[in-house]
Unconditional design. Structure first.
Ligand SMILES: C=C(N)C(=O)O
Length: 126
């Protein structure tokens, strides 16, 4: 089997990975941060709402390229560098999905690539 993986034009990769891998019935999305948005050059350090918005813009661009919608998202993982940003992230997050919301895990980690404050990844059912 050869891997089927794809990249989206509006998003950069901060390492050796693709934006999404097609695993048959499921699409596995790489984690996205505001640092991976090609047309966002401003420093968003500390602005968790804006960083969450941009991370979702990246994910939704990848979704559009793959021909899937938010209703097909079955699992989301959110990584924060501090749980002090939990509520601010949720305020943006809740606008991105219709109820019933997909399953989610949210954890705090020591650091994220390129100094991001939030990274979001997800699994989508085709
Ligand atoms: C941002 C990433 N997904 C990474 O560095 O793996």
């Amino acid at each position: 089997m050869s891997r089927k993986a794809f990249n989206t034009k509006t998003v950069s990769s901060s390492g050796p990975y693709s934006h999404v891998t097609d695993a048959g019935d499921y699409l596995y999305f790489s984690g996205q941060t505001a640092k991976n948005r090609l047309d966002v050059t401003e420093d968003l350090t500390g602005d968790i709402a804006k960083q969450t918005e941009v991370a979702f813009n990246n994910l939704f661009d990848v979704m559009a390229d793959m021909g899937v919608t938010e209703e097909q998202v079955v699992k989301v993982n959110v990584y924060l560098t501090t749980m002090k940003n939990f509520e601010a992230m949720n305020e943006v997050y809740k606008e991105k999905f219709s109820a019933p919301y997909p399953s989610r895990t949210c954890v705090a980690v020591l650091e994220l690539p390129l100094g991001a404050d939030v990274e979001i990844e997800m699994i989508v059912k085709k």
